[in-house]
Design a protein around this ligand. Structure first.
Ligand code: URA
Length: 193
């Protein structure tokens, strides 16, 4: 089975799973989208209003900013795969609860397993905490972290959530610097030209 086929099968399984805690109040499942052969996975927090309507991650205002940030790192959206820690919209866009992150985490783990990315770019603290527990985003943002995750070597770059940058100009400037620096590291790794 190709990665594309495996991810589609996983999405079908997820759509049928009525035990997912946010399913009842949400619109569409936002499984993830992008290049299923990508070496770089981006992981955000959870769908907002636009994502819930369209069933696609980062298609609202934060997504427009994300596209610009990716360009600073020499990346286009079509070259990466994008998903979230929870795949249904939390009511009123509230933060996902720990038990919700655990429930959706079973699927996120499988997405990572199938995709087998070299690099994971986390967007915001909920996604960061999955791979880098017990750190503060204000201290580690933009820095390269080599981790072993489920017996696999993965490089994690924790980034601020683009929605935080939309609210705060200082965070935006910092995040732009972080993505520009990311380009240098990805270039050395042969992941961007
Ligand atoms: N914010 C997220 O964290 N994920 C999305 O898909 C959209 C906005």
């Amino acid at each position: 089975m190709t990665k594309y086929e495996a991810l589609h099968k996983l999405k079908d399984d997820m759509e049928k799973d009525d035990s997912l805690p946010l399913k009842k109040g949400a619109g569409k499942l936002v499984f993830g989208s992008g290049n299923t052969e990508a070496k770089i996975l981006l992981c955000g927090e959870g769908p907002g209003r636009q994502e819930d309507l369209q069933g696609l991650p980062f298609v609202g205002q934060a997504g427009k900013l994300l596209d610009k940030l990716l360009l600073l790192a020499g990346l286009e959206r079509k070259e990466v795969f994008v998903t979230n820690v929870v795949h249904h919209r939390p009511p009123e866009n509230r933060d996902p609860l720990p038990e919700e992150i655990t429930s959706y985490g079973k699927y996120l783990d499988q997405i990572i397993n199938i995709l087998n990315p070299k690099v994971i770019i986390t967007l915001g603290r909920f996604s960061m905490a999955k791979f880098l527990p017990n750190v503060f985003i204000s201290q580690v943002h933009g820095k390269k972290h080599d981790i072993i995750w489920k017996d696999k070597k993965i490089i994690v770059f924790p980034m601020y959530h683009p929605a935080a940058s939309l609210r705060n100009g200082n965070i935006l400037r910092q995040e732009q610097k972080d993505f520009l620096q990311l380009k240098d590291t990805l270039y050395i790794m042969g992941l961007v030209k």
